[in-house]
Design a protein around this ligand. Structure first.
Ligand SMILES: NC(=O)c1ccc[n+]([C@@H]2O[C@H](COP(=O)([O-])OP(=O)(O)OC[C@H]3O[C@@H](n4cnc5c(N)ncnc54)[C@H](OP(=O)(O)O)[C@@H]3O)[C@@H](O)[C@H]2O)c1
Length: 221
């Protein structure tokens, strides 16, 4: 296995040719990400990474590109999600045979939004109805898909129950004994609506993980 990340000496956006690092690799699993609310930056990042992986993977003899996307983003061509839709299209364009898994927000997303929303002693948390899943369960599914044949779009994967991000955030702070004021805020535009409306929970017929946020919190407090 080879890990391609900046911390491992490989920059998938600005780096040199990646083909030498991919020699002997059968399958690439693309779980790269960028923290931005800019549609332009998100698109540029994901399209560049997918294009570079296709090019270098083809040169190195890779057989399968597996990419991770997000449930419920159809029609939300805005902000970060606009970049994820572009990511999917860039993966589909080939030439490597591909599999795309759409997953719900991770339980770990709570920690990410808490960090990003810090304004002095207050944390601003986006209003969001989600169906979160443990990242470990998503990783298990990615491994299964990587070991199989390319199938295009895989079955969506969401968590076992619906949650509100603000409740998850407060439970996280409480479990860790951190006193911090949290304010729920409805973000503007289609990006904000997608979060607050519950659209990002995906379809009811998606596969479901089994680890609830409470389970995850008990193990990660
Ligand atoms: N978080 C969620 O709730 C969630 C839910 C569903 C799907 N997803 C998707 O899952 C993926 C990962 O999300 P995440 O939240 O886990 O992101 P993350 O914690 O920010 O991790 C991003 C990863 O990408 C690597 N990376 C960033 N820029 C890079 C570059 N220029 N070259 C090489 N590697 C680079 C980072 O490593 P270095 O910093 O070392 O480069 C890191 O390992 C994203 O595609 C996201 O859309 C996330």
């Amino acid at each position: 296995m080879v890990a391609l990340a900046r911390s491992e000496g490989h920059d998938l956006v600005h780096g040199a040719d990646l083909a030498p690092a991919l020699v002997g690799v059968d399958t690439i699993v693309d779980v790269t990400g960028i923290q931005t609310l800019s549609r332009h930056r998100s698109r540029h990042f994901f399209e560049t990474v997918a294009g570079n992986l296709h090019r270098a993977g083809t040169a190195a003899g890779v057989k399968h590109l597996v990419a991770l996307s997000i449930v419920g983003i159809d029609g939300v061509d805005a902000s970060y999600y606009g970049g994820k839709l572009a990511h999917e299209r860039a993966v589909e364009r080939g030439p490597l045979p591909h599999t795309i898994l759409r997953a719900a927000q991770f339980h770990e997303f709570t920690e990410q939004t808490l960090e990003r929303g810090k304004v002095g002693p207050v944390s601003v948390v986006p209003a969001a109805r989600v169906r979160p899943i443990a990242a470990a369960e998503v990783a298990d599914r990615l491994v299964t898909l990587a070991e199989g044949e390319p199938i295009g779009r895989a079955r969506d994967l969401t968590g076992p129950r619906d949650e509100l991000l603000i409740d998850m955030t407060r439970a996280l702070l409480n479990a860790r004994g951190i006193r911090r004021t949290t304010i729920e805020m409805r973000l503007p535009g289609s990006f904000g609506r997608a979060m607050s409306s519950g659209r990002l929970r995906g379809h009811a017929n998606a596969d479901r993980g089994t680890i609830t946020f409470a389970d995850w919190l008990a193990a990660n407090a």
